[in-house]
Design a protein around this ligand. Sequence first.
Ligand SMILES: Nc1ncnc2c1ncn2[C@@H]1O[C@H](COP(=O)(O)OP(=O)(O)OP(=O)(O)O)[C@@H](O)[C@H]1O
Ligand SMILES: [Mg+2]
Length: 258
Amino acid sequence: MHVENLTLAYGTDEPVVSGLTLEVPRGRMTAVVGPNGSGKSTLLRGMSRLLKPQSGQVLLDGKDIHQLPARELARRLGVLPQGPVTPEGITAAELVSRGRHPHRGMFARLTAEDQQAIEDALDAVELAELRDRPVDQLSGGQRQRVWIAMVLAQGTEHLLLDEPTTYLDLAHAVDVMNVVHAAAHSSGRTVITVLHDLTLAAQYADHLVVMGEGRIAAQGRPVDILSERLLADVFGLRATIVEVGGAPVVVPDRTLAV
Ligand SMILES: Nc1ncnc2c1ncn2[C@@H]1O[C@H](COP(=O)(O)OP(=O)(O)OP(=O)(O)O)[C@@H](O)[C@H]1O
Ligand SMILES: [Mg+2]
């Protein structure tokens, strides 16, 4: 995917994303990090056609996503929004099966291929045993994993994920990161994911994009770009960066009340 000079705004408000250009590495995992309100979700909305750009373009294999028919876009681009709303009473398996909609004819039954994609996705997030449970009766983390499974089942070449690890305990966050990383490195999918955990982002991302106030403050390999200075400038965070296994680990400086 390529984002060219993209400006995004809500109504007549000041732009939230301004003239942003980004080349997303194909078949790799790109993480977008940045402070609350810096425009990460807005950027993902612009990249998935949920928000029409004020100016600029989003290109998928060279074609403007606004020129693609909705169904074709849904076959090529899967999106997990931040805080998706679960339809009432729907079971985990039913929600995941919705990921197959773009591949099916109206009212068509699930094919063997659809079934397989659904099972694989439920397995990938370790939710097969909860498949018949209503999603609104699951824990926050289980619910989040059902949504991730839905996007995985869609089987798209491009994945846009907005904070997929929110609500997850560290072990499940790592599991999801492994699944997402494998989607890129084993299956050749192009993944763009917003993350808040800088250490997790640095551990997994091939390409890291740091956003500040609607613009890209830095991008590149995590080990090349993450610095204490950058964290201070963009996040207003005092932290020490140490390296473990070749990847940066962010340790916030504590300020204790005395
Ligand atoms: N629907 C909306 N209408 C008007 N303004 C909005 C809307 N959604 C977001 N904004 C504004 O756009 C700015 C960027 O919001 P956005 O959700 O993109 O931030 P973010 O980087 O994803 O933050 P977070 O880390 O909290 O998810 C904020 O100032 C927010 O108030
Ligand atoms: Mg957001």
